[in-house]
Design a protein around this ligand. Structure first.
Ligand code: NAD
Length: 495
């Protein structure tokens, strides 16, 4: 959708409601009180957020369970569920400007990107899974003639979804839409610093006709609200996007409770590999800058390790620096901004710590490296390029989740592949080459869930997104995502 600057300015002055919990279709306060929500744009208070206690979480799970068992949604005819989810997609579209601006005020993503990636993508995701409802069904297995073997696909029951702050609506919809489409009940826990647009989405879900209790939202800190969901004895499936540290905790909670299945979408340290025969190095340089600096680097698939063939290294870094310096860092509500705010002060401090360690370890800062626009009161950081980063350096190994690019040179294809795979992660990657055979060798050789060739970051709801190794398991998006939200049940009937 398109929005004029004056529309954005007007929407940004709308008062923001207090964030409450949604349990059994009713908005309510949290037992643990509330916390202040600060906007990363200027560091000022935006509203308050309800803090759910373990008892609040238990009530949300109980409400989801009761709704699932009585069939108000799980046994609704597929055409009925489909109509409701289409209505929800319509409402997201109708309120897209408000949702996008509210989300930006909460999490700091630049508005141009938020408009596309947040309500725009979420509405499309709800439509996609609404349409899948009556097109994905069971099977009759090819058994002996005197047997009828049916393979049913059933909803799993209660799904808990814990999501991060970088793209709350988009990532939230990737989980909520297929879970609801399959007939499950959902308890959602948004991130503390990006709950507001998801609370508004929940309001729209009620308006669209999702029955009370089928979609519940609990807000609050991960170590209280999230932990209570993780330890619940009545959640059947946990779906999560966030850091590896939290992913590990969720597996532990599962082991300590009811062995709920956990699907984890975790971080990355994705290699973007530029060979000397890249078709158009200027295009590659611009794409490499956008691959790491959009949304201030707070993108799970960000191309955060740039591997450049030695023969073109210096020229390429020059073009990359020019492309980076042409990106505009500023107020994320300004349509001209390419790089918005860092989500929180803690995240900003962490980013600066990475830069300090990188220089200590021998990296050279080519551009950036500092906090910016401090007088706004907001949390901004200059886009930062560090060259001379070696495989042993912290900046090569650990995810920053900020606007910091590690550049490493390589001699030949074997070394490029070795460096690409010299990581615990395996989420995304990019390869720039005009050599078709080399492109295919790299696609086979790189251990990652996604390989982009002569582009970086393309995606579509029809294409699965997920990682290997410590980037997680399971996939969001595409019809494959429905596997997480359905169980197979076999019926063996003797004729
Ligand atoms: P995070 O793990 O700190 O938080 C994610 C969510 O988990 C939040 O809702 C948080 O409240 C909750 N949480 C935190 N501690 C918890 C606990 N002990 N128990 C239960 N819940 C808990 O991650 P973040 O900083 O919000 O997000 C950034 C991370 O997410 C990065 O590592 C990024 O790469 C990753 N990410 C991955 C993808 C993907 O698709 N693979 C997409 C976006 C972000």
């Amino acid at each position: 959708m398109t929005l004029s600057q004056s529309d954005i300015t007007r929407l940004a002055t709308l008062p923001v409601r207090r964030g409450q919990l949604l349990i059994e279709g009713r908005w309510q306060d949290g037992e643990n009180g509330e916390s202040e929500v600060l906007s990363p744009i200027d560091g000022k208070a935006l509203t308050t957020l309800a803090l759910a206690s373990a008892a609040d979480v238990a009530r949300a799970v109980a409400s989801a369970r009761a709704a699932f068992e009585d069939g108000r949604w799980s046994r609704m005819a597929p055409a009925g569920r489909k109509a409701v989810l289409h209505r929800l997609a319509d409402l997201i579209g109708k309120n897209a400007g408000e949702l996008a601006v509210l989300g930006v005020r909460d999490n700091g993503t630049e508005i141009g990107m938020a408009l596309k990636a947040e309500p725009g993508s979420a509405a499309g995701t709800f439509r996609y899974y609404a349409e899948a409802i009556d097109k994905v069904f069971g099977e009759i297995a090819p058994t002996a003639d005197n047997v009828l073997a049916l393979v049913h696909r059933e909803p799993v029951g209660v799904v808990a979804a814990i999501v991060p702050w970088n793209f709350p609506l988009m990532i939230g919809a990737w989980k909520i839409a297929p879970a609801l489409a399959a007939g499950n009940s959902v308890v959602l826990k948004p991130a503390e610093t990006a709950s507001l647009s998801l609370l508004r989405l929940a309001e729209l879900a009620l308006e669209a006709g999702v029955p009370p209790g089928v979609f519940n939202v609990v807000t609050g800190p991960g170590r209280v609200t999230g932990e209570a969901l993780g330890l619940s004895m009545d959640v059947d499936v946990m779906v999560f996007t966030g850091s590896g540290a939290t992913g590990r905790r969720l597996l532990d909670y599962s082991a300590r409770s009811n062995l709920k299945r956990c699907y984890l979408e975790l971080g990355g340290k994705s290699p973007n590999i530029v060979f000397a025969d890249a078709p158009d190095p200027d295009v590659a340089a611009k794409a490499a800058a956008h691959a790491i600096f959009r949304n201030a680097g707070q993108v799970c698939v960000a191309g955060s390790r740039l591997l450049v063939e030695s023969a073109i290294h210096d020229d390429f870094v020059f073009a990359l620096t020019r492309a980076t310096e042409a990106m505009r860092l500023g107020n994320p509500l300004d349509l001209a901004t390419n790089i918005g705010a860092v989500n929180s002060l803690a995240q900003l401090d962490g980013n600066l710590g990475f830069v300090a360690d990188a220089t200590r370890e021998g990296g050279d800062i080519v551009t950036g490296g500092k906090r910016a626009l401090t007088d706004t009161g907001g949390y901004y950081m200059e886009p930062t390029i560090v060259t001379g980063v070696q495989a042993a350096h912290r900046l090569f190994r650990e995810e920053v989740f900020g606007p910091v690019l590690a550049v490493t040179r390589f001699g030949d294809e074997d070394e490029a592949l070795r460096l690409a795979n010299a990581t615990d992660y395996g989420l995304a990657s990019g390869v720039w080459t005009a050599n078709l055979s080399r492109a295919h060798r790299m696609i086979r050789g790189i251990r990652a869930g996604v390989v982009h060739v002569n582009t970086y970051g393309g995606s579509d709801i029809t294409v699965p997104l997920g990682g290997v190794r410590q980037s997680g398991n399971g996939h969001d998006k595409s019809l494959h995502a429905l596997d997480k939200y359905t169980d197979l049940k076999s019926a063996w009937i003797q004729l």
